[in-house]
Ligand binder design. Structure first.
Ligand SMILES: NC(=O)c1ccc[n+]([C@@H]2O[C@H](COP(=O)([O-])OP(=O)(O)OC[C@H]3O[C@@H](n4cnc5c(N)ncnc54)[C@H](O)[C@@H]3O)[C@@H](O)[C@H]2O)c1
Length: 290
């Protein structure tokens, strides 16, 4: 049973993973590149919970116990007491390998090491961990406290007992599991990113306007957001990179990026983060760019 969880990387995902684990009554060790960043993340979680208490959405006692369960750390020696170590650091393979090597030196003999990566193969990262049988992918969705789903991705060497322990952990934090093989994009992003890419093809071929593509998917498929407005949220550069990874790792031309997606990225129109993507965000309401 997982009682103590360590989270390495206290950004938006790591903070969310730490929060839901602490909320479920587990002791959580939260680390980043410095103790200051870990403390800052802990404070941010506490502030977020305080707001939810004010709005009556979270019980005050639960908020207090959640914050009390969170402990910042900077030295990997602290990881010796963890049953599960989840890496949620920046999506760069070299950074992650270095974390697994360093943290692995302190991993307890029963403990599991996991990565929240969105795109890096689990089997490839497992070689930097002390025991690939106890290495696994645990892919959360953003924002973690709200999203119900967790994808679990065993690598080639991951043992059945590791999968079962992670199943228990995910159940304990109140989430649902889907099990994915270690393939590019796992299940959800493998379906979803080409779907957005296809919307860019549909736009590029002049089949429909930006507004009609988004309206069509919202009303015709009952999606809460259209694919092009969602693309602007995610970042067109990120989507383009993911398509390139799918194409390179499968060699299948069905994953070729839409030329119009490429063109928007070349123009620096990356979505909301640059103020313009498929929509222009400079005014009060988003205006389609085509
Ligand atoms: N953002 C999403 O929607 C999403 C969804 C699922 C999975 N992920 C994955 O989660 C991971 C983190 O993404 P994020 O969106 O939270 O990024 P983020 O930039 O918000 O956070 C990354 C954190 O990692 C820290 N970090 C970098 N190097 C470190 C090191 N050596 N040791 C400890 N901490 C280190 C950074 O300081 C930063 O605080 C990535 O692998 C990403 O692919 C992201």
């Amino acid at each position: 049973m997982i009682r103590t969880v360590a989270v390495i990387g206290a950004g938006q995902m790591g903070s969310g993973i730490a929060q839901v684990s602490a909320q479920a009554g587990m002791k959580v060790l939260l680390g980043d590149v410095s103790i200051e960043l870990a403390d800052k993340a802990r404070d941010k979680i506490a502030k977020g919970l305080a707001k939810l208490v004010e709005k009556g959405k979270v019980d005050a006692a639960l908020a207090a116990s959640t914050v009390a369960n969170l402990h910042s750390f900077s030295d990997h020696a602290a990881l010796a007491e963890a049953d599960l170590v989840i890496e949620a650091a920046t999506e760069r393979e070299d950074i992650k390998h270095r974390i697994f090597e360093s943290a692995g030196k302190h991993l307890a003999s029963h403990a599991i090491m996991a990565s929240n990566t969105s795109s890096i193969p689990i089997t490839r990262m497992a070689v930097s961990s002390p025991d690939p049988e106890r290495f696994i992918g645990i892919h959360f969705f953003n924002p973690v406290p709200l999203m119900k789903l967790v994808e679990v991705i065993p690598g080639l060497a991951t043992s059945v007992s590791t999968i079962e322990a992670v199943r228990g952990f995910v159940g304990d934090i109140g989430k649902e599991i889907v099990l994915s093989q270690d393939e590019p994009g796992f299940i959800v992003n493998r379906i979803f990113v080409p779907f957005i890419n296809e919307a860019a093809f549909v736009l590029g071929s002049g089949t429909g306007s930006i507004v009609d593509i988004d309206k069509g998917v919202k009303l015709g498929l009952n999606h809460p957001m259209g694919p092009l407005e969602l693309a602007d949220f995610i970042g067109l550069d990120t989507l383009l990179e993911i398509m390139k990874i799918y194409l390179a790792s499968t060699g299948d031309p069905k994953y070729r990026p839409a030329p119009l997606l490429q063109k928007y990225v070349e123009a620096g129109w990356l979505g909301r983060k640059t103020g313009r993507g498929f929509y222009d965000y400079s005014g009060d309401v988003p205006v389609p760019t085509r």
